[in-house]
Design a protein. Sequence first.
Length: 412
Amino acid sequence: MANNNSSVPAIRFKGFVDNWTQRKLGEILAEKISNGIMNKPGRNELNIRHINVVNLYSPSHIHLNELEYIKASESDLRRCNVQVGDIFLTRSSLKVEGIAQANILLDDETLVFDDHIMRLKMDENFEPFFVKESLNHSPTKKQFMTKSKTGTMTTIGQDDIASSTISFPSKPEQTAIGLFFRNLDDIIAATQRKVSGLKQLKAAYLQQMFPQAGERVPRVRFGEFSGDWSEVKLGEMLVERNEQIEESVEYPLMSFVGNVGVVPKGEQYDRSFLVKDENKKYKKTVLNDFIYSSNNLETGSIGFNKTGNAVISPVYSIFYSSSDSESQFIGLLSNRKDFINKMIHYRQGVMYGQWRIHEKDFLKITIMSPTTAEQNKIIRFFHLIDEQIFVGQDKLDSLKNLKSSYLQKMFI
């Protein structure tokens, strides 16, 4: 149900009609905001685990299995007095928009928390999960950003948190909203686990379905194939493509995005296509080209053109094969650490601290390669995994966008 009244949200659960009331955070606490204890890494007979800054970025809530042990004492336990429903916020951040990241404890466990985070303990008339979501909601975040102090790090104090305001409905409506977002978070977390599991499965198969160093057959193989793989140089499979675009054309501009590899840059930004600037020199790339940049090989500046005709910066090296399976097979190999290490072996420093792997050196790299039939079987296998990862990631992104939309419409 839409409503333009600023004292109620745009969307509400049926049956709730009362206006929301604005309160200062300091007014809704059962006790004063407090900091935790200094981190003393290790473990003693008390087996106490420790909530740290990194745990505040876990999805939905603080996860016990992610907590590390600490050499805490009985007095540390009494001082921290951690309980289910406690909310924790970061005191500092490298970026101003990251200040006061909030997360909540939902599990009953004997814990302490770090002195780099603050703890909020709610009065019983306020629903902790509702408050946690409110703290991470953009209007509240903007208050924190305004109150924070920026130097080497952006920091915020207890009084700044306590004086910030949040709008509250009745306790039953808080509970309904909190439960809604907790359930949505659980779905998001389950989807994230599925995507992460598929990525781990792919990484494991990438290790097992290609020969290890000094071996000539993989440890996991399709049953219809046998015999040794052949040692070949990349120069026997690939040819450099060095075609610069001179005239105006309308092609997507390719770039590297993290570990995703080479993708149309427009897809990551405004989904627009590039109309060629005649004053710039771009390289042309086509479907199934293998592309790399000598910089940041370890973090993804190596990939495979799955898009089609496109242009890319001339700093990238492009190769192609008369056999699509060979290009795709090498694209899979490029996900393996041992392949990256072979490339790094030929990397040379150039001006301005940049690195370069000359194309002639890249083509000297030797790999183990099976028959075309086995290459194609391996390619199809990983293609199916990639499709599942894509579908899962797309669902995950949609769920996160859905949550963001609901946060905007169900909170003031």
